[in-house]
Design a protein around this ligand. Structure first.
Ligand SMILES: [Zn+2]
Length: 441
């Protein structure tokens, strides 16, 4: 009964104007949010157990009676992984009729993960997105240009769903070459630009040479940004760049930066966050969806490592935070090339003559560009030049998106032949090593 009253209050708050919504939601005591999370969690769990073949079977096998569970931690060592989505197929998770789907790259295999949503869910997340963008300063008179990749990717939709409420002028460029974008954007005089961090860095380099126009802010999502690159972008435009933290599985908004840019304010209304394998306060971010009817996810492993921050933020917003992302706990790397894991490089190297089974990819950053060093053990006499041509042809023919980003110079690929037996110095060779330093505090 109390929870119902809180939900009605929340519903009214979300439908008012964004400024009032933040004040109303901020007035909810922490105990009310906890009570609502618990009620929504129980509802989500019962829905999953009743309608999703995957969850029904998993709970049956483990002897979990969902009627007795009130908090995610009571599920013990049960988690949902990206591998589960790939192995069982997204249809096994469905609990209702889907209206749309998005895809995201698999961690250890080329099979994309599919995530289904309803229009109602998209609209609900749009309200939260709108409130957040309003807090950052976006107003109906602003002119938005976005350059998110539109191919099966959730980000352009997340943005559009938010702008439905804010009603500003919006042009979708798609992820085109930053040179081309710069020339075409000028005539619209956008005040706010959305894109991926590595793309925005390249756009800012173009703008530094050719001139800027007044911007209110830039907003990036899809990957991390080094603080030195953030400073460069901000000094070129004389405007802040804010980051979003989200995944396709969550329809974008797990959290977003505020003006303080010190971690991402969490969306605790629609997600329950936990950490697993905690070491020194940092652990893998786990989330349970609380407001999804079509494809709920119970204790989903994000594979991102961060901490949960409960201390109040200087910006005054009530929501707790996810600290800056420290890294990933699998070998997947999100960089200017895209979301890449070992299988991507295995596929690029397939059929290249002179390469042995041992290879390693090291991701670095030089002059704000991601550099991917392919260190390859080679058979005698194979030169860098021999390898380069074949590898680039495979990249172009087998991964059109990664090739596009190569042509846009969002990253560089360096081929480094190594002596046979030189790479492995332990039992397991780590295939992808991320040496970029993103975290400054
Ligand atoms: Zn804040």
């Amino acid at each position: 009964m109390l929870t119902k009253a809180i939900e009605i209050f929340e519903g009214v708050a979300l439908r008012t104007n964004p400024e009032l919504a933040v004040r109303l939601l901020g007035a909810l005591p922490a105990s009310a949010i906890t009570a609502m999370q618990e009620a929504r969690f129980k509802r989500t769990l019962r829905l999953a157990a009743a309608r999703s073949p995957f969850y029904r079977e998993q709970f049956r096998q483990r002897g979990i009676d969902v009627r007795r569970i009130t908090r995610p931690s009571q599920l013990g060592d049960f988690y949902t992984t990206g591998e589960d989505l790939c192995t069982f197929g997204a249809e096994q998770f469905l609990t209702g009729r889907a209206d749309t789907a998005f895809e995201t790259t698999g961690t250890s295999s080329p099979a994309p993960k599919t995530v289904f949503f309803s229009r109602d869910e998209v609209a609900t997340m749009g309200r939260i997105t709108a409130i957040w963008l309003y807090l950052l300063g976006l107003r109906p008179e602003d002119r938005v240009l976005s350059a998110f990749d539109c191919s099966f990717w959730v980000s352009p939709w997340v943005l559009r769903s938010g702008l439905e409420y804010l009603k500003c002028f919006h042009v979708e460029a798609g992820k085109i070459d930053p040179d081309d974008f710069y020339e075409r954007a000028k005539s619209y005089q956008p005040t706010v630009i959305f894109g991926e961090p590595s793309w925005i860095i390249r756009l800012s380099e173009v703008a530094r040479h050719r001139g800027v126009w007044p911007l209110k802010f830039l907003f990036a999502g899809g990957e991390n940004i080094a603080e030195s690159s953030r400073s460069m972008v901000e000094s070129v435009w004389g405007a802040p760049i804010y980051l979003n933290y989200g995944q396709t599985e969550s329809f974008g908004a797990l959290g977003a930066e505020c003006r303080m840019k010190d971690g991402y304010h969490r969306n605790d209304l629609y997600f329950f966050f936990e950490l697993d394998n905690v070491d020194d306060g940092y652990g893998e971010v786990i989330y349970t969806t609380l407001a999804r009817d079509v494809m709920p996810l119970i204790r989903y492993r994000s594979t991102d490592v961060a901490r949960l921050v409960e201390e109040p933020c200087d910006c005054g917003v009530f929501a707790g935070r996810i600290g800056k992302i420290r890294g990933r706990c699998d070998e997947m790397v999100v960089c200017g090339m895209g979301n890449v894991g070992p299988w991507v490089f295995a596929e690029i190297l397939r059929g290249v003559e002179g390469v042995e089974d041992e290879w390693q990819v090291v991701v670095k950053q030089e002059k704000r560009q991601d550099i991917l060093e392919l260190r390859l053990e080679t058979t005698n006499g194979t030169t860098q030049a021999d390898l380069q041509g074949a590898i680039l042809v495979n990249l172009r023919d087998r991964f059109s998106d990664f090739w596009k980003n190569y042509e846009m110079r969002l990253y560089d690929l360096r081929i480094i032949p190594c002596a046979s037996g030189s790479l492995r110095n332990g039992r397991k060779l780590q295939r992808v090593v991320d040496q970029r330093e993103m975290l400054t505090k």
